[in-house]
Structure formats: structure tokens, C-alpha cells
Design a protein around this ligand. Sequence first.
Ligand code: DC
Length: 224
Amino acid sequence: MQNKKLISVAIDGPAGAGKTTVAEAVSSKLDILYLNTGAMYRAAGLHALRLNIDPLNEEDVLTFLHSLNIDVKYVNKRQRTLLNGEDVTDLLSNEAVSEAASKISSLPSVRIKMVAIQQHLATKQSLIIDGRDIGTVVLPKASYKFYLDAKLEERAKRRYKEYLQKGKLNADYEQILADMKERDFRDTTREFSPLKQADDAIYIDSTVISIQEVVKKILSFIIK
Ligand code: DC
């Protein structure tokens, strides 16, 4: 029986603001699991790509949504994302999947399904969750809410460096900047639960402070 009080830490913000790195560090400091909700939308996007279905066409997406099963498991405290039982974690970080995720995540039916799964996971354990709508929709009563932001150019620069470090030597900064701008637009202007800072979230701009400083700042609100 779990008798410890569960805590939930919500981190929202645009692509490339450093949410994942920060959430991983905070998760290990607090010894609670980290749920990356972007990976769940990515898995749904991957499924649409595999079926050759336009991820923006809700009517077509509805043909598979009822049988789509997205779940997570933890191996050595790290999330693995399951698509109909298949561990697709290592297939989720390319541009095609990223774009499909951004598109499919704009569909209300998809969001309703993902939000329900995320809320259920948060009833079972303490979690740090990152995404776009965690503080506003998924966990409006989260114990702590943060909104992590950074200037577009800085976020694109970080993504560019990340690609180079991963050996993607043909990465193109201007292309990354343009893609990110388009994703920002789609994420913030979609009708159904767009990316938005919750009124009670703490705003942190990481443009000129390091990720370590962001982590320290977040922990300072949680560990008194
Ligand atoms: O964080 P990410 O880049 O892995 O997210 C992939 C896409 O999913 C992104 O375009 C926004 C969307 N997303 C969302 O709409 N809501 C979330 N809670 C998480 C991600």
C-alpha cells in the first residue's frame, strides 16, 4: 500500500527549451519517475506514418484510434514507450516522427485519449511530467508547475548542437530554425489545448542561464 503523499511536477514549454534534460535531472534528484508525454504523441505519430495516414486528418486517424494502445514502462527508472505493446522508444527522435507528432497532437480525439492515460499514470505514483498542456489540462492541480521557455534562436541553436553531437553532420541550422518556428506556431495556435503557461506556473527563461541553473531553481521551490 502506498501511504506516502504523491507529488506531481509539471513542466511545460516549447520544443527545445530543455524540458527533457531538466526533467531527467529533477527526477533523479527527487527520486521520482519522469513521464515524457511528447514521446506518447510521437508514438501516435509514428503509428500514423506506418499506416500511411495523414496525421492531420481526424476522420482517418479515428479509423485506428480506438485500437491504438500507447503505454509506458520503466527500465532502470527510465521511460520506454510502447506502441501496441512494441517498444518504439528508439524510433521516436527523427524529424519525420517529430512532424507527425506535432500534427497528430492537434487533434482533439487524440489529445483526449493521451490526457486520460497521463492522468491515470499520475494517480499511481509521484511523477515529473513534461509537455505542453500538463499544468493547464493534464494536471491542473499539480503540486508544482513550471513553464520553461527560451528564445527561438537559442532553442534552434541547442537542437543544432544536439544533432551535431549525435553525429548528424548534415544538420542545417536555418532549416531547424524554420521547422521549430512552424512547430511553435502549430503548438500555440491549435484550437484544442494549445501550448500555454498555466496562470499559477512559475516562468523560467533559460535563454541565458544554464540547464544546471534551471534545475537548481526548480529544486529550490520543491525542497525547502
Ligand atoms: O516534446 P516533443 O517535441 O517530444 O513533443 C512532440 C510533439 O507533441 C510536439 O509537437 C508537441 C506535442 N505535444 C503536445 O501537444 N502535448 C504534450 N503534452 C506533449 C507534446
